[in-house]
Design a protein around this ligand. Structure first.
Ligand SMILES: Cc1ncc(COP(=O)(O)O)c(C=O)c1O
Length: 360
């Protein structure tokens, strides 16, 4: 027995960047809003709350491992066979399963950068190598550069549409052109966590794209538009054998009954939920236009957040926002992502942005 060695852990785990959750609003401080995690500011809808409360009465039992009710609802709602669906603990849980199912040491996982910060983490956990392709100067996916970066080791490519944290989108023609260039044995994951906030009609619905492309998988979540972030439920739409692999690799009983029932109730309350999304989209337009009016350069966003590339001033800007009562998400040295929240929170943010701008 070697001395002081402790359990042997996989070398791949060394140096994994830790996921930085959005900072919470300060408890007991001045009025403070959390605009740092792209959450839905609205509280759960009454019908959804009732379902969750009812399900809470039996959480001494394991949930339905097959998520039968939710799978049936998703199958009807999106017109996809049950065999093409897989659920997980948030779409990040499904994304991790996708990597586990496709990639290991020696393989490459490609994505734009900057994009969703979980991609490098879940890639490194699997032992695969991240290939980060810089966004263009306009903050959008550089699909030509991504296609050119494909090697015979590429196993999975994320296309985050709209992209977190920039809010920028990939449109139908360029996506189709890119997909035509990707070898059929490379899985392309269209991460559509913010799909419901899209108003640009040129942005394709991934579920239409996947239908005749066996190497395309679509990720969706109930965390954002549907407001169930705390319950952890997301899903993938993919052909066999990808969907089957996901069902195999999923953590048994990962999606709680509360989450399953809340997701079904949310799909059934879609009119109300999408009304709320509509209000957030209206606020998004107001925030974007006001920022531009103040002189900021802000990329067109189709998500529930805006992106300000502040470079070296990022941390100072985030501190100024916090002083004004809103917590935003800084990426030091790069920029700040700000979620569209309650009207008052957006006003506080816009006030802070205006004051900061005047100081420049
Ligand atoms: C692009 C993107 N994908 C996936 C997720 C994961 O969401 P969840 O695991 O809550 O479904 C997020 C959350 O921030 C995201 O921004």
């Amino acid at each position: 027995m070697s001395e002081n060695s402790g359990p042997k852990l996989r070398a791949e785990l060394d140096g994994i960047p830790t996921y930085k959750p959005g900072k919470p609003a300060a408890a007991g401080g001045p009025v403070a809003y959390k605009l740092s995690s792209n959450e839905n500011p609205y509280p759960p809808l009454p019908g959804v709350m009732e379902q969750v409360t009812a399900a809470a009465g039996s959480f001494n039992r394991y949930p339905d491992m097959a998520c039968t009710g939710l799978m049936n609802e998703l199958s009807d709602r999106f017109g996809v066979p049950l065999t093409h669906l897989a659920t997980g603990t948030g779409s990040v849980g499904v994304a991790q399963s996708l990597i586990q199912a496709t990639s290991g040491p020696g393989d490459e996982v490609m994505y734009a950068w900057r994009s969703f910060e979980a991609y490098p983490i879940i890639t490194q956990i699997s032992g695969a190598t991240s290939v980060k392709v810089p966004l263009t100067a306009g903050e959008v996916h550089d699909l030509d550069a991504m296609a050119a970066a494909i090697t015979d080791r590429t196993r999975l490519i994320f296309v985050c549409n709209p992209n977190n944290p920039t809010g920028t989108v990939v449109r139908r023609a360029e996506l189709e052109r890119f997909l035509d260039r990707v070898p059929s044995d490379v899985l392309v994951v269209l991460d559509e966590a913010y799909r419901e906030f899209i108003r640009d009609t040129e942005v394709p619905d991934g579920i239409e794209i996947y239908r005749d492309r066996p190497n395309v998988c679509v990720l969706r979540t109930f965390s954002k538009a549907y407001g169930l972030a705390g319950l952890r439920v997301g899903f993938a739409v993919a052909h066999e054998p990808v969907a089957a692999a996901l069902r195999k690799t999923a953590v048994p009983f990962g999606v709680s009954q509360l989450a399953q029932d809340a997701a079904v109730a949310s799909l059934r309350a879609e009119d109300k939920l999408l009304g709320r999304v509509g209000s957030l989209v209206t606020e998004r337009t107001r925030v974007l236009e006001t920022l531009r009016g103040q002189g900021w350069t802000v990329p067109e966003t189709q998500a529930n957040f805006v992106w300000l590339r502040l470079g070296e001033r990022t941390v100072d800007f985030a501190a100024a926002c916090e002083k004004a009562g809103v917590v935003v998400r800084p990426f030091p040295g790069e920029g700040v992502r700000v979620t569209i929240g309650e009207d008052e929170a957006n006003d506080l943010f816009l006030g802070a942005a205006e004051a900061f701008r005047k100081e420049l």
